[in-house]
Design a protein around this ligand. Structure first.
Ligand SMILES: [Mg+2]
Length: 403
């Protein structure tokens, strides 16, 4: 019988601290899983190295479902981002192995294509309205069919989602958390003006999205959603923190702006109420933080029953392994909505060579068996672990706000 012979955990850049799991079978087949949890990378690395890897050795890599149940139910302490990210890495690596053994890309194992390509949204941002409009124009010219728009609120430094300079947006940027100012009233007055300006400049023949980043109370979010209805957003993302799920019922009573939630949620039980009560329109759970391909499909199938569509988190805090896995899943699910996409830096793509392509605003993969992504361990070794934290937000009176 083929068994799992080795499982190795790597923590390395470039640009951020990606956690990568590589499983090798007794037949010499390897599978890759992403285990990156932005700002808490070493917790997942230790969970895998110290508690999960010893359980994998000698087991049958073909029994993906059984290993998922073993790791989830066997631990007693369930759910949560560290546990679910670790399980996700194992699950994703085993799907990679199963595809390689079968000689098929993972999307074929999941039932084959439901679509020609995966519609993505990109991140446009600006330090003011003119620079935001320039950025939207750049992405529209590049062929994107959907654009997320964020601009820095005047007199409020360091607004989330706004790129500094011309590089890739990277909020986890300091060895200790940077502290940023937040002003809800200034945001509520300003954000609708730039979303309106984007529509006035570019019209309505593309999807426009906006991320509120958990910053509002329920009634503030209701006010925001109502105030941007004429801009016809594809969604407003995370209008309020996801812990208080009744909040979305209140928001919905006031606005038809669609709601997307779930990038910080990690299991089907965390999104069950949101989906079955139809409190959201898009579920943003992702392969790496929601238990891997096996569990994410279960979430998406539940969502399909309630006409909730998918919209997985896909920023560059996830490695190209997650991106490849997300495309494999997104190609197949009937209730796919959209996929978040930020292009990884050239140096990152050298460490994780991948067959994922972008054309005409759609991501796709070829027929490479498995996930279609590799890991260059030697190249990665040039970028050792370097502590990085996401910022913390404070209001004008100095008190902590949601980042
Ligand atoms: Mg977000």
């Amino acid at each position: 019988m083929t068994t799992i012979e080795r499982a190795e955990v790597f923590v390395a850049g470039p640009g951020r601290n990606f956690v990568t799991l590589r499983i090798t079978t007794s037949d010499g087949v390897t599978g890759l899983g992403d285990a990156t949890l932005n700002g808490r990378e070493l917790a997942v690395a230790s969970y895998l190295r110290d508690h999960v890897v010893p359980l994998l050795i000698g087991r049958d890599p073909a029994r993906i479902e059984d290993l998922w149940q073993y790791l989830y139910r066997g631990v007693y302490w369930r759910r949560g981002p560290v546990t679910m990210t670790a399980i996700a890495a194992v699950d994703t690596a085993l799907w990679d192995i199963k595809g390689k053994v079968a000689g098929l890309p993972v999307h074929q194992l999941l039932g084959g294509r439901s679509r020609d390509g995966v519609t993505v949204y990109c991140h446009a941002s600006g330090t003011d309205i003119p620079s935001l409009l320039d950025d939207v124009a750049r992405f529209r010219e590049a062929g994107y069919r959907a654009v997320r728009a964020q601009a820095a609120v005047p007199d409020v430094g360091g607004t989330y989602g706004v790129r500094k300079g011309t590089g890739i947006y990277e909020p986890a940027n300091a060895a200790l958390p940077e502290e940023q100012l937040w002003d809800t009233e200034a945001y509520l007055r300003f954000a609708p003006t730039y979303l309106t300006a984007v529509r006035e400049e570019f019209g309505f023949d593309f999807h426009l999205l906006h991320d509120v980043h958990h910053r509002l109370t329920p009634i503030e979010a209701a006010r925001f959603g109502k105030s941007v209805e004429d801009a016809q957003l594809f969604w407003m993302e995370d209008p309020t923190p996801a812990e208080n799920q009744e909040a979305f019922r209140l928001i919905r009573q006031h606005t038809t702006t669609p709601i997307a939630v779930g990038e910080v949620l990690t299991s089907i039980w965390d999104v069950q109420h949101l989906i079955t009560e139809q409190l959201i329109d898009y579920v943003r759970t992702t392969v790496v933080h929601a238990g891997g391909i096996t569990h994410l499909r279960r979430i998406f199938d539940l969502a399909a029953l309630y006409q909730v569509r998918t919209g997985s988190h896909g920023a560059t805090d996830l490695s190209p392994i997650t991106l490849a896995a997300a495309v494999q899943v997104d190609l197949t699910v009937p209730n796919f909505g959209i996929q978040e996409y930020m292009e990884h830096a050239e140096v990152t793509r050298e460490v994780f060579p991948s067959g994922v392509t972008l054309s005409d605003g759609l991501l796709d993969v070829d027929d490479t068996p498995g996930l279609g992504v590799e890991y260059d361990e030697k190249a990665a070794a040039r970028y050792p672990y370097d502590p990085k934290y996401l910022p913390v937000a404070r209001r004008r009176d100095g008190s902590v706000h949601d980042w």
